[in-house]
Each structure stands twice: as C-alpha cells, then as structure tokens.
Design a protein around this ligand. Sequence first.
Ligand code: HEM
Length: 457
Amino acid sequence: MIFVIILVVSMVAILGIARWVTWVLVNIENKYDNAGRILDLKDLASKNEVASALFRLVSEDGAGLWPPRAAHNRLPSCFQPYQDIYLELIPNLSTAIPALDDDINKQRIEEFRHKMSRLLCERVNILEVKHVLERFKLEGSRSLTQEIYNAVYCCVAVCRHAYRWGTIPVVKQAQNEIMLDFPMELNVPWSYLQRHFELSGESGNMTSNILLNFDQCGKRFYKVNITDSYKIATAEDIFSRIFFNIEVLAFPIYYEIALATTAFADQRKKGCIRHVKNIAKQIKKLLPIFFDNLRDSKIAHAVWLSHVQGFQAWGVGRIVNGKFEKHDGLSGNQLLFFSTIDAFLDLDRYLSDENMERYIPVNQRRLSLAIKNHSFRHKLDDGDVELKKYFKNIANYMRMFRSAHRSRARPYLEHPAPERLIMTAGKSVLETPKTKGFDDAYKPLDDMLMAQLQLTV
Ligand code: HEM
C-alpha cells in the first residue's frame, strides 16, 4: 500500500515538474519571438490602427508583454497588507462540505467579513494608498511600473471577491444579497484602478482576476481553495490556466491580424493571404487548450460549480440615478481572443456596450474596435478565393469551439449544489420564484450561446 502511495505521489510530482518545465520552455521561446513581434508593431503603429492599438495594449496594460505582466512580489509597501490579509484569511474561506443551514452560513460569512474589515482597518494606511495611486495618475510609470500597478489591481480585485462571498462554496445567503457595503480600504483603491482602465464594474473581471493572477514563472498567485483535495485544487488551477494559456497563444494571432490588415490596405494580396492562413493555422493550434482541458477528468463536474465558479461571480449592485444596477462577475465572454476573432470575421459583437464598459479594459476595447473598423472580409470579391477559404476555416474553427462550449458548459452548471441558487459567474443568479428548474432558468443563456453560434459563419 505504502509503495502504491509513494508511486502515485512521485508520479504527481513528476507530472507537475514536467508541466512546469514545459511552461518555462514555451515561455522562453514565446518571449523571444514576441520581442521581435513587438518591435514590428512599434514600426507599424504609425501606419495602421490595429498595430497601433495592439502596441498600445502591450506597452501600456501589458507592461511590455501579452498576457499582461504582474509583479506580485514587489507591491508598494502600502499595498502589502492587502496581500498579507488575503493570504492569511484565504485558508478560512473555503470549506469542503458547505452547510445547508442559513444561520450557520450567515455566521460564517459575517465572521469572515468582520475579520477582513478589522485587519484592513488596522493595517492599511489609506492616505498612503491614495497618495500612491494619485501619483500614478499624474506621473504614470515614472512613479510605479505598470507590472506593479497590475499586481495591485489583481490583489485588490481578489480581496473584493473574497469579501463579497465570505465563504466558498457560495451559499444562498450571500446570493440573496442585492447590495453590499465594502470596507473603504476596498472601495478607495478600486475607484482609482477602475478609472485607470476606464471601467465602471464593481466586480473584478477576466483581466484583474485571471490574466493578472499569473507571474512570469507561470505561478498562480492568489488561490481560492486552500485544500488537501487534489480534485478541487487541480480543477481550480486548470480552469484558470485555460484562459491564461489561450491569451498566450492568442498574441501571435493578434500580431498576424495587424499584418493581414496592413497588407490588405497596401493591396499586397499575397502577403495578406499568408497572414490570414497563419491566423487559421494558429487558431487550430490554440483551441485544444479548451477541448483538452474542459472535461470531467481534468476539471471535475463534482467540484467545479461549488468550488471553482462561485468566487468569480458577483451579483450585487448599486443605485444609480434612482435605478438599481446589478453587476456581474467573470465570464469567458470577457476574454480578448473571442472578441478580436469575431471582429476579424466581421461578426456582430457578443457583449453589449454597457458590458464592454464595465468589464473590458479600454485598451482591449480599442483593439477589438480597431480590428472591426479595419475588417476587410466584406470587401473581398469573387477573385479572392483563397482569402475567402481561410476566413471560412477560421469561422469553422470558431463554430467548433462554440458548439463544444455549449454542450460542455451545461453539465457543469447542472451539477447538484443544494447550498446555492442556480447562478453563472458571468450572469449572476438565474433562479427566480417563477423559474421551474434548471432548464427554465438556463434557457435564456443557452439561447444566447446558440445565437452566437448561428452568427458564426
Ligand atoms: C464549466 C465551464 C463553463 C461554463 C459553465 C460556461 C458557461 C457559459 C455561459 C452560460 C455563457 C453565456 C452567458 C455569458 O455570456 O456569460 C458563456 C459564454 C461564453 N463562454 Fe463560457 N463557460 C464555461 C467555460 C468557458 C471557457 C473555458 C471558455 C473559453 C476558453 C468560455 C468562453 C465563453 C465565451 C467566449 C462566451 C461568449 C459566447 C460566445 O462567444 O460563444 N467559457 N459561457
């Protein structure tokens, strides 16, 4: 028996190390290639709006790379307490088996929030926090590098999500809240950070909570479930990595889009064909990140809904001009890759203007908009057989993704979770007193997925 345990533990360790080594090698190769791509973009930026938007995204938000860099180990001293408090409290956030008793859950949530507010109040010097953010507003990266600013963004965002839920798995007691007062230590920096990224969302988003949560060695910094359960820990990790790794492979695609757009504008048809062909090829290489990982054997249905999804949801709001506005949490729909490919295919955008302004940082919005403005698919004529063929290939790959996503998402959401109401992270609580079961509650979202699938031609 002991031998079997040692064997299993060694296998897990070896697999872990192998994964890490692969990650580092791919990253080194990518960094080398990306440095050249970024120099090309800099040269092209004055001639082409897509290249200019991409260069701006990488050099401003990305701190010189994409996905964006975050220096979690170099926070300004006034933000260190936020990180310390998160890391100190997070082992108490999640519980293996949630209680089904409202009073017990209420007490858990209150205790967590009380402790977090008390520690924030005791340790954070809010004047110093304001001063640092105010200086960044005026002096930009001369006062604080973007990778440090990014780390601050991620840190404050995950602290807000931890406070929002107070316990994981998410329970009805917290889902039923409509508005929530946050400690000023979580509100004051948030308003600066959101203003910087020109966002109005109260919740974190794909950029703050997922993309910025990885450091340069591929380590995910802020975990949610500190647990002995291998199933829960790997489900949480693999799920986050899907999004991050998609953006790693998406950057060369954004670069090719900039080149294709420039070549088309310059009437260099051959070059344009080569770039659109590359885009199709690279999308084919990227999609297995989704297909190979969003499966029960890697991200277990049994743990995803209760332990992985809930933290990234939101579902409380605020009154604006006498009207209640509910804000949502994260969704795959916030990933830059999807909005840029839809724009390149000249398809309608999935997200509304309001949701773009709440959850997608302005430099990412600018990039999708520039690609849409310069999309040339509708300008092709009968002679552009090859270009049309490669555009069709891209649309077919995206259809494959959308139909697999539609069928794979459902069993995750359908899994029994008696502690909570039916909810997606991206659209909040779906259940109302009038809904009759899962199918009824989920139908509007499934219709949205179907509509986007049908649009993808
Ligand atoms: C268990 C995992 C997942 C579930 C249950 C799920 C569920 C959903 C639901 C219900 C929607 C429609 C509502 C909305 O816009 O938020 C949606 C949209 C979307 N999700 Fe997911 N999702 C999952 C994982 C993923 C992953 C891993 C990706 C990307 C790699 C992804 C990408 C998208 C995209 C791009 C959309 C917008 C619709 C579209 O463009 O077709 N989702 N998801």
